[in-house]
Ligand binder design. Structure first.
Ligand SMILES: [Zn+2]
Length: 280
């Protein structure tokens, strides 16, 4: 079902990404003109093992000065400045923050508006919304005609709790925009090849996704395809299948990514979505 899986030709697309010592995926073109979407990986930062190199999360046990340096490297590359890089304090929950105007100006790492949030939405240009992951699904949404962007963190809880539909409903309530206007991109996450779960978890997903190819049984074990489950979620919201793109591979199979399932103590990669500022 990986209908849009990018090969090497798309790695490090744009802005000389390869030449700066990393191979991040830049795929904003999948969302439309003016949108920028970046998925980082382990490359390009200064953290020491087991967080090497580009760990973006403070809560992992990594040296905070190294994490700060990595975030600064990224902010410089994105070119928006530190205060325009928004990192929510994720909790594997279903709360989404809407950032506009004054809430953006007051945002810092410790701001209440970001606490316990697993998704961010904004219509502001020049504001990079992010989620950090190490196996969970990073999900980006854009409404090209409206300039709305959203980034969501969907592990198994965010997937079965359907954080995608929570975000789409909130966007429709506040702006009138229908999910059918949206485009979606899911980045690197753990694949069904590696995401083994117990019977109870498997049964929860079979109940929620009776028709999808979401749960696989092999012998006495079960595994989940979180991307496929989120495709079902997005389609149930009204997003066209042709507007849903999958990029990156399995974080657990591919050494270039952080994987909690594979490594336990490790770093986090990031998904960053922003709209370019209008040329004045
Ligand atoms: Zn795998």
């Amino acid at each position: 079902m990986e209908r849009k899986r990018l090969g090497d030709e798309d790695r490090g697309h744009g802005d000389g990404a390869m030449s700066r010592g990393h191979a991040w995926l830049e795929v904003g073109y999948l969302l439309g003109p003016g949108f920028r979407l970046l998925f980082t990986d382990r490359t390009g930062g200064v953290s020491e093992p087991p967080y090497d190199e580009m760990n973006l999360a403070f809560h992992t046990g990594d040296d905070p000065s190294k994490v700060a340096k990595n975030r600064a490297i990224l902010a410089r590359w994105i070119g928006l400045g530190d205060s325009r890089m928004i990192y929510p304090q994720q909790v594997h929950g279903l709360s989404v923050a809407w950032l506009e105007g004054t809430s953006v100006r007051s945002v810092t790492m410790d701001e209440e508006v970001l606490r316990g949030k697993d998704g961010l939405i904004s219509t502001e240009s020049g504001l990079a919304l992010s989620v950090l992951t190490a196996d969970c699904v990073p999900l980006a949404l854009a409404y090209p005609e409206r300039g709305i962007v959203a980034v969501l963190h969907a592990g198994w809880r965010g997937t079965i709790g359907d954080i995608a539909s929570i975000a789409c409903r909130l966007i429709e309530e506040r702006t009138g925009a229908k999910a059918s206007e949206a485009r979606a991109v899911m980045g690197p996450c753990i694949g069904p090849c590696c995401y083994e779960v117990d019977k109870g978890r498997a049964e929860q997903f079979v109940e929620k996704y009776p028709d999808g190819n979401v749960v696989f049984r092999h012998g006495g074990a079960w595994s989940l395809d979180l991307k496929q489950a989120n495709i079902v979620n997005l389609k149930r919201c009204g997003i066209e299948e042709s507007a849903i793109h999958l990029v990156g591979g399995c974080t657990c199979c591919e050494p270039r990514y952080y994987s909690f399932r594979r490594d336990g103590i490790t770093g986090r990669q990031g998904a960053f979505l922003w709209r370019e500022e209008k040329v004045r």
